[in-house]
Each structure stands twice: as structure tokens, then as C-alpha cells.
Design a binder for this molecule. Structure first.
Ligand code: MBD
Ligand code: FE
Length: 286
């Protein structure tokens, strides 16, 4: 790859990726699905407002602190970082609620960088990447079955992940549109084999409102390296998940709280610096 595109990636700005995530979210969200249940809205909104006031009272929050908070919330909007903030610090609880009754594979959060309709490929394929894509080549393969063990014929595996510098295509400058994003159609037995590269540990943008909070509170911005997946099949429920890598420094302190023991891969190292790992997905009935 050219030095130009490296430079473009490393000059990625929080507001650019934040606003791209905000735009994508607004385009995909079906506002018609919102159910105006006044009693439920009343209960949840009342509890949220009370929680804020409890903290303000118990911590004796001053006007100076209140104004810093107000300015920070405004910045969150102008940086487009509401999706990032919510997906990092709240989505894991929503995901637990959503998948509580599932028997099949563990899910975890989607995060802010999913893009639908990535280019489709057959069961055994290489994901779109640059000719000299940096990183350890990874052969990721497995089978998609139903809870009872029956293969899910032609299951759909959507995979997206960061590159070796921790950047996502369409959210950092200088990357091809579908770099390290693809939709793979498993064979008649639900088998798939995807060639990609191992992503790098990932730091959420530090130069926007979320980064301001992290710095001010003395937290860190790291997520362990991860593959994002959506796996689905006819007659089955879609599962959104992520897979991590054994030994990663940030498995135990993911800023997004989205690691589960069932989601940690232990790839086999092969000759020539390559790695391979099997992961089978189990889908719940629709
Ligand atoms: C990511 O790549 C991610 O997966 C999450 C959850 C938040 C920010 C960036
Ligand atoms: Fe991610």
C-alpha cells in the first residue's frame, strides 16, 4: 500500500468518523417502528431524570461542573459521537436484554461501524482488501447450524473489521470503500471459509467528545482486537456478535464491556506467518 493512504488513515478525525456513523444510523433507522407507549416512556424517562438528579444531589455538583457537562453534551452532538458514546457505554446492556433467551451462539454489541450490503462472495472466499494489506493473514472457517445441529444451508455471514492500524473503511479516510467488509454465503451444509487478516487492537477516537471524557476521567480508550459478524439464515434468527483473540491485552478491560469468554478465538499459527481458526455458529429458530 502507498504511504499516502497510511497518512490519510493516521490523520483520521473523530468528528469525521462520528458524523459518518451518525449519518449511517439515521439512514438505517426505521422511525416508524417506535411504539408510543406513554406508560413505559413515562416510567423510563422518570427514572433516567431521577438518576441524573440523584447523582447531582449526592455529589453536590456545582454550576461550573454543570456547565462543563452541558458543553460536553453539545460537543457530543457536533462531533457526531452519540452513536459511539451509546454503543461503548450502554449497548452491552441492551444486547444482554435482546439475547437473554437465545440458545445458540453468544452475541455481543454491533458498535457504530456496521455498513449493510457489503459485497457478496461464495462460501470459500477472500474478503476485499488492498493488494498489500498489512497484518497476519487469517483463515477463518466453520459451519453454521441450527440449535438442534442441522446445517443452515446457504447461511449468510457478514464480516467487518478494522485493519492493522485499527481503522474501519468508510469511517477513516484513504481506504477502499469495502476494505475488510464482506457478505459470505455458506454452502449447502452451512460451511464457510474466509481469508482475511487479523485486525489490530482498537482505540476509540480520542480527539472527540468521547475521548475528552476518557481523558478527564482517567480511563483508557482500548478495545481488544475483534472481528464483527452478523450471521443469519432462512428460518433462523440473526445473531450479531464479535470474536476476539486469546492473549489480547484488553480482553479484561474492553472500554465497551463487550467481551464474553465464549467469543475468544485461539488461532493456530501456520508456517509462513499465517494463522487459522475455526468457529461454528449456532442459530436460534425464528
Ligand atoms: C468499535 O470498533 C467498536 O466495535 C465499538 C463497540 C465501539 C467503537 C469502535
Ligand atoms: Fe469494532
Amino acid at each position: 500500500m502507498s504511504n499516502d493512504s497510511y497518512e490519510a488513515e493516521t490523520t483520521a478525525k473523530a468528528a469525521a468518523s462520528g458524523n459518518a456513523a451518525t449519518e449511517g444510523f439515521l439512514q438505517r433507522t426505521k422511525k416508524a417502528n417506535i411504539v408510543a407507549d406513554v406508560a413505559r416512556t413515562n416510567r423510563i424517562a422518570t427514572r433516567l431524570v431521577k438518576a441524573l438528579n440523584d447523582v447531582a444531589r449526592e455529589e453536590n455538583v456545582t454550576y461550573d461542573e454543570y456547565n462543563v457537562f452541558k458543553a460536553w453534551l453539545i460537543k457530543m452532538g457536533t462531533d457526531g459521537e452519540w452513536p459511539l458514546f451509546l454503543d461503548v457505554w450502554l449497548e452491552h446492556t441492551i444486547e444482554e436484554n435482546h439475547n437473554a433467551d437465545k440458545q445458540g451462539s453468544k452475541g455481543t454489541i454491533e458498535g457504530p461501524y456496521y455498513v449493510p450490503n457489503a459485497p457478496e462472495h461464495p462460501a470459500s472466499s477472500t474478503i476485499e482488501m488492498r493488494p498489500d494489506e498489512p497484518g497476519t493473514p487469517l483463515r477463518f472457517f466453520g459451519q453454521v447450524t441450527a440449535v438442534g445441529g442441522a446445517p443452515v444451508k446457504n447461511a449468510k455471514i457478514e464480516l467487518w473489521h478494522a485493519d492493522d492500524l485499527g481503522f474501519y473503511s468508510q469511517f477513516a479516510p484513504g481506504l477502499p470503500e469495502w476494505n475488510l467488509r464482506g457478505t459470505f454465503i455458506a454452502d449447502n451444509e452451512g460451511n464457510f471459509e474466509i481469508n482475511t487478516i487479523q485486525p489490530a487492537p482498537y482505540q476509540i477516537p480520542t480527539d472527540g467528545a468521547c475521548g475528552d471524557l476518557i481523558a478527564a476521567a482517567g480511563w483508557h480508550a482500548w478495545r481488544p482486537a475483534h472481528l464483527h459478524l452478523k450471521v443469519s439464515g432462512a428460518g433462523h434468527q440473526l445473531i450479531t456478535t464479535q470474536l476476539y483473540f486469546v492473549g489480547d491485552t484488553h480482553l479484561a478491560d474492553d472500554v465497551a464491556g463487550a467481551v464474553k469468554p465464549e467469543l475468544i478465538l485461539d488461532p493456530t499459527k501456520l508456517d509462513g506467518g499465517k494463522a487459522e481458526v475455526r468457529y461454528d455458529f449456532v442459530l436460534d429458530p425464528a
